[in-house]
Design a protein. Structure first.
Length: 121
């Protein structure tokens, strides 16, 4: 799951609270920072979690080259993992930047354009 929004809205706090919630339920949970990604390196293809995992990745933009191999490998191996592995990607983004199309309302305010399922395009 990805959560993106303007800084200061509580995304990191939400990630922290989810880590605490998961740990209370005997999940391995925590922040997967760049150092941890580097240290784990090429182990993703053979990794087999012993417990359910929640991996929180904060500030994704600029680290795509480090994060992409982990996400792709875990997605490809989803059926063979013996325990659930959940990824939470957190990112800061102004709603009117970064490719999010907007319309100007009659009152001069901006609205993001939504696709048929209610997701911002």
């Amino acid at each position: 799951m990805q959560i993106a929004g303007v800084g200061g809205q509580g995304k990191s706090r939400l990630g922290y609270e989810l880590v605490l919630w998961a740990k209370e339920r005997n999940w391995q949970a925590g922040l997967l920072d760049t150092d941890a990604l580097d240290a784990f390196g090429g182990h993703w293809p053979n990794w087999q979690p012993k417990r359910p995992h929640l991996l929180v990745l904060d500030y994704v933009v600029g680290r795509e080259d480090k994060i992409q191999p982990a996400i792709q490998t875990l997605a490809q191996r989803a059926d063979e993992l013996r325990r659930p592995v959940r990824l939470l990607l957190l990112e800061r983004q102004r709603w009117d930047r970064g490719g999010l199309r907007t319309t100007v309302r009659s009152d001069g305010r901006f609205d993001p354009l939504l696709d048929s399922e209610g997701c911002a395009e």
